[in-house]
Design a protein around this ligand. Structure first.
Ligand SMILES: [Zn+2]
Length: 223
């Protein structure tokens, strides 16, 4: 077994487990049978080890269903379950419908769908004007989840944006839009390409660095 810190609560009805850089935390109801809790924890050992490994290599991805928080355009929103899925910007609250709770996969799908709508709305509100300014003939725009890139531009002028950008500050999303629109003129990352990016985002280097340092935080765990 692994070492953990136990926190008992009168309000709690179920046992929960959280792995952070500071250690392993177990939350249990007052009066819970510790033999049963330990038995349950022993079944979680592979998962705990996977989490610890991930923390040790410094890959910090979001696990909203454990941390109860999720990034929306650079701001931390509370994450919880409810009757339906929505994002409340005033209360900074992301709600995913309770029926998805049965598996991480379904929670994740629901959350990614919410993020896609957010990102699409934001990009829709800006892309047209930006593409006109940059004289970039965008043929169509798509959204999907990428593992290793923030956007792409095909030789047919189809742009694709990574849905996970919905967690980045809007200023960073703006940079990705400029970057992909610049690819409508120059496909390679040549000196001319970066000059063109610099014409429409004079501070683009700051954004490039931001993604290097913080990009991983936008990823959402798969387990
Ligand atoms: Zn590029």
């Amino acid at each position: 077994m692994f070492e953990y810190q136990l926190k008992l609560s009168k309000k709690r009805k179920t046992v929960a487990l959280k792995v952070t850089a500071k250690g392993i935390h177990v939350y249990a109801p007052y009066g819970a049978c510790m033999t049963e809790v330990e038995r349950w924890l022993s079944t979680k050992k592979p998962w705990v080890e996977a989490q610890q490994k991930r923390l040790s290599v410094g890959v910090q991805v979001q696990t909203p269903w454990q941390s109860n928080s999720v990034l929306i355009f650079g701001e931390e929103y509370a994450f919880s379950f409810g009757a339906s899925s929505y994002i409340d910007h005033q209360k900074k609250h992301v709600v995913v419908k309770t029926s998805t709770r049965s598996s991480v996969k379904s929670i994740r799908v629901e959350l990614i769908n919410l993020l896609a709508v957010e990102l699409e709305q934001y990009i829709d509100s800006k892309l047209h004007q930006l593409s006109t300014q940059m004289n970039a003939p965008v043929a169509n725009v798509k959204f999907r989840e990428y593992k290793s890139r923030w956007g792409s531009c095909s030789s047919q002028y189809a742009l694709t944006f990574n849905i996970l950008l919905a967690g980045a500050p809007k200023r960073m999303v703006d940079y990705v839009m400029v970057h992909e629109l610049a690819h409508c003129h120059i496909l390679s990352h040549s000196r001319e390409f970066w000059q063109l990016v610099g014409q429409y985002d004079s501070n683009y280097k700051e954004a490039v660095n931001w993604f290097k340092e913080n990009g991983k935080q936008l990823f959402i765990a798969k387990d």
